[in-house]
Design a binder for this molecule. Structure first.
Ligand code: COS
Length: 384
């Protein structure tokens, strides 16, 4: 039986209160206005949630991954747009700098990222490069004392607000994934520009950008790790990013369940609360089972990370299951709510729209299945 320590319970309760008091009341308005709320992101940082797993000496809270997951679940229940801030800033950017950055890079970037004063973004995906992440068209060319970067990035969360962009680029196409490098690029560098992407199905309260790097020059000190480490940096970042997406999706499952139970007990038809109908209870039971199963998988992945054990496969299992469960639970929650679930008086239609992207980004469900299948069979079905 897994039980939380007193400290973990306290951190979970504090996060729950913060989310209920400060995140939930703003979620619908941000969604309606299709507006990212940088002040709220800053509050998330002030609470210490952006630096949760980062060492205190760099401005973080030095929490373990398991406890970080508890916080992310609560934020995911409140608003996936804010959970995206945590996934990007903490899991993709901070965790990469912690693992791969030089001492100078850690001191330069981590304190600002942990407080939310500086937002970061993760520039891997390109217009023609999604699942095939090593096949980047962005080029980094060596120049005197640094690098010149040319290319474009697509679907970049926080790209219009970030002061720091982690940019992955190819230095030598013949080397394929072993030629990739990762650069810490200040977004005010000459030649760097961003454009907002409109018309999304969900995550309307989140900022999504297309980035353009037109001859952006950075010094040698902007290179993170070695030339050739880029792909490993990206994959290890995704080990953390996928964990946070999965944890956030447990929050969507729980939120869908909570809203459905409350509504089903209050709404009457045929002179009875609809919660008393067997077919409604079936939907609620399905949500309960999926929520608990998703949480268990996330907790296992977090525990493995804290033990320093390999967790790539288990993270893919958690990400695959929790994201699909979130889509399903939100869909069932709309069904329980009937017509009321189709408008934004209740959070469930936003849950559904926001959950939908989670089976796409940070590795589609199909990519997760191929990672899991390869791990269990020893056969690589990724490249036919
Ligand atoms: N951590 C560190 N290194 C890793 C790693 C991880 N989790 N996973 C793989 N690597 C390393 C491998 O050790 C290997 O190193 P060597 O070249 O030294 O042997 C290298 O990276 C290549 O690994 P692999 O053979 O697994 O790569 P593949 O090309 O077969 O598979 C997939 C890569 C498809 C799994 C990968 O491209 C992927 O995850 N794609 C989806 C990308 C994605 O999620 N995009 C969304 C972006 S963000 S929002």
């Amino acid at each position: 039986m897994i039980s939380l320590t007193d400290e973990q319970r306290l951190i979970q309760e504090t996060a729950r209160e913060f989310v209920d008091n400060e995140v939930v009341p703003k979620a619908r308005d941000s969604d309606r206005a299709q507006r990212f709320d940088p002040e709220l992101a800053r509050r998330v940082g002030e609470m210490g949630y952006l630096g949760a797993p980062v060492a205190e000496e760099y401005g973080g809270r030095d929490l373990d991954y398991f406890t970080y997951g508890l916080i992310v679940e609560e934020i995911g229940r409140g608003d996936s747009a804010m959970r995206t801030v945590v996934s990007v800033v903490t899991s993709l950017v901070c965790s990469s700098i912690v693992r791969w950055g030089s001492e100078e890079q850690k001191q330069q970037w981590l304190p600002g990222l942990c407080t939310g004063e500086t937002l970061g973004c993760f520039g891997l995906t390109e217009p023609d490069t999604g699942s095939d992440a090593s096949n980047l068209k962005t080029r980094a060319e060596k120049v005197d004392g640094g690098w010149r970067i040319n290319g474009g990035k697509m679907w970049i969360s926080l790209g219009n607000y970030a002061k720091l962009a982690m940019i992955f680029a190819q230095t030598d196409p013949e080397k394929k994934h072993k030629g990739l490098a990762c650069f810490l690029v200040p977004t005010d560098a000459d030649g760097f520009s961003s454009q907002e992407i409109h018309g999304k199905l969900g995550l309307k309260g989140s900022d999504t950008a297309e980035l353009s790097l037109d001859g952006v020059e950075v010094p040698d000190s902007a290179l993170m790790g070695q030339v050739g480490d880029g792909f490993k940096i990206a994959m290890s970042a995704l080990d953390s990013g996928r964990y946070s997406v999965a944890a956030g999706c447990v929050g969507i499952c729980q939120g869908s369940l909570d809203a459905s139970v409350a509504y089903a007990k209050e709404r009457t038809q045929f002179n009875r609360p609809i919660a008393s109908f067997q077919l409604v209870q079936e939907m609620i039971a399905d949500m309960v089972v999926q929520t608990e199963a998703a949480r268990g998988l996330v907790w296992r992945a977090g525990w493995l990370k804290d033990q320093g054990k390999p967790s790539t496969t288990e993270t893919s299992i958690a990400k695959l299951y929790a994201t699909e469960a979130a889509v399903n639970c939100a869909d069932r929650a709309i069904q329980v709510h009937g017509g009321s679930g189709y408008v934004d008086d209740h959070p469930v239609e936003r849950y559904w729209r926001d959950a939908r992207v989670t089976t796409l980004y940070e590795g589609t469900s199909q990519i997760q299945k191929l990672i899991i299948g390869r791990a269990y069979t020893g056969i690589n079905a990724l490249i036919p």
